[in-house]
Design a protein around this ligand. Structure first.
Ligand SMILES: [Zn+2]
Length: 523
């Protein structure tokens, strides 16, 4: 037996020695909220919303932001380019299939950024090679080499993904990974594209890659897991235990079908069980709640109360317990500090006597950069809220700003509304302003909101279909601001409208008008 045949054995010895070292390893967090997350059915973000999320991801201090898939549309290209040019800190990554046009487009989008990365991928399972690509294994191998080499001509950091790796013949997977490394890939990603893997099996696959491929220790081995069977976090964490040093994940587990690995879950697992995993991340975990709320608000995906880490009940058992009791009991029931994820009782910060300066200062602390023009409008809303509520909390401000800042140009705005509920028939009188004119309509409906929407429809003449509607209290108490979210469809386009008010019907009507404005703006 020559040295060649003995290589896997030698690598196994090296691999085991490495694992015994127990040196804390940094796990890179590759966020794909804006790419895989945005592919969630029903989630659609415009460029401004994507930029806002990217800025927050930079604050969260993720290592890589996958900003989009430039070849997929002109809009996506521009959005990747804008993020690449403006967002500082993380590496900005663009996705490309293993074909020339995709890679060129990704390279162009990243042209002016400081830390670019191209992520190129190709299916490697026989199901994908024969079923989708209609190619042979040899052809796919060649495509992988060419893709990595071309990407490499645009930037140093190149990630190669063997799509459907968990269902790929391992011997062939090792071969593909080997050639990708030899062609210059700096990151190799092993996706469980269809959410098929089982943790034990998946970590064994990672181990086998270390043993059967040379040079894996010189690059970053990444995993990308989907949650079809609810195993995404388990699979990603067991891969880390086996030696992977990068996790691809998305905030609030956004992603295709059942979603991607939840960023908050893997990051807090590594923070909480770093002792066992010998690992850490550089994520500023105190920004997790802010990021989660932002993503939920902009995508319109409401977070279930029992969701790990970011659900409203995730730390709820401690509420109401006296501080002293919490301190004594905390470790009995809590494995994480609520403060570590950025949870704290909201503070009373502003009142009707607070000036524009105080408002702008607090907004900038909350991460909003606003123009003088916007400040004027936000201040007006703020005053009317402060009059009604007396105390204005951070959550209220976020709702007000969200309403103002992300609004499409207001073709129509609510001038007045009067709703008469109850039996026999709820009636709404609506006045909408368009430019200098105010249009007024009256309509009946099945409920007060239905009546209001019908009156709005009469004025705008836009035909829309309401797909989804939800209402949340931004703060606690009877006088809380209600934030309404509607998802509507018109001519095949889906948009999300938001509105905030201390009156829930008014918040809902505003959300509905906001959605109509977006539809009109998109035309
Ligand atoms: Zn995916």
């Amino acid at each position: 037996m020559g040295l060649e045949d003995d290589l896997p054995h030698l690598q196994k010895v090296i691999y085991e020695k490495e694992r015994e070292k127990k040196m804390p390893r940094k796990i890179f967090i590759f966020d794909t909220t804006l790419r895989d997350g945005e592919q969630s059915p029903g989630a659609s973000l415009n460029s401004r919303e994507k930029m806002e999320i990217a800025r927050q991801l930079a604050k969260l201090n993720v290592d890589i932001i996958e900003a989009g898939f430039p070849i997929s549309s002109h809009e996506d290209f521009e959005s990747v380019r804008a993020i690449a040019n403006e967002v500082k800190g993380p590496v900005i990554c663009a996705l490309a299939r293993a074909v020339e046009a995709d890679i060129k487009r990704a390279g162009e989008a990243l042209k002016d950024t400081e830390k670019p990365m191209i992520h190129t991928f190709i299916g490697t399972s026989d199901i994908h090679i024969k079923g989708q690509l209609r190619k042979t294994r040899e052809e796919v191998l060649k495509m992988a080499v060419l893709a990595v080499e071309l990407a490499k001509s645009y930037c140093h950091e190149v990630e190669f993904s063997a799509m459907d790796a968990s269902r790929t013949d391992p011997a062939y997977l090792f071969e593909v990974v080997q050639v990708a490394i030899e062609s210059g890939a700096t990151v190799i990603n092993i996706p469980d594209t269809v959410g098929y893997a089982i943790p034990d099996q998946f970590s064994q696959l990672i181990r086998d890659i270390f043993i059967n491929v040379t040079g894996v220790d010189k690059i970053r081995l990444s995993v990308h897991c989907h949650d079809d069977l609810g195993l995404a976090t388990s699979n990603a964490i067991s891969a880390v235990k086996a030696g992977a040093t990068q996790i691809e994940c998305a905030m609030n587990a956004m992603g295709e079908r059942a979603g991607n690995t939840a960023l908050e879950e893997v990051v807090m697992t590594i923070k909480t069980r770093g002792d066992y995993l010998d690992a850490f991340t550089d994520v500023k975990t105190q920004e997790i709640m802010n990021t989660s709320k932002l993503v939920s608000r902009l995508t319109g995906f409401v977070i279930p109360p029992n969701k790990p880490i970011v659900g409203s009940n995730a730390f709820a058992h401690s509420s109401g317990i006296h501080q002293d009791g919490v301190l004594k009991e905390r470790t009995t029931f809590e494995i994480m500090m609520p403060q570590d994820v950025g949870l704290s009782e909201s503070e009373l910060i502003l009142t009707a006597r607070s000036g524009r300066h105080a408002l702008r200062h607090r907004l900038s602390e909350l991460g909003y950069e606003i123009s003088d023009d916007q400040l004027g409008k936000i201040y007006e809303t703020f005053l009317s809220v402060a009059d009604k509520k007396k105390q204005v909390f951070d959550e209220d401000l976020i709702a007000i700003v969200g309403d103002e800042l992300l609004a499409a140009p207001q073709t129509y705005s609510l001038e007045y509304m009067q709703v008469i509920g109850g039996t026999p028939t709820p009636v709404a009188v609506i006045g909408l302003r368009k430019g200098k004119e105010v249009f007024r309509e009256v309509a009946c409906g099945d409920g007060p909101l239905d009546a209001a929407c019908k009156a709005i429809d009469k004025i705008t003449g836009v035909t829309i279909e309401l797909i989804d509607y939800s209402l949340n209290a931004a703060t606690k108490g009877k006088d809380a601001i209600g934030t309404a979210m509607v998802r509507v469809r018109s001519n095949g386009r889906t948009v999300i409208g938001r509105g905030a008010s201390t009156d829930i019907i008014e918040a809902s009507a505003k959300a509905y008008i906001n959605a109509i404005n977006k539809i009109l703006y998109g035309r």
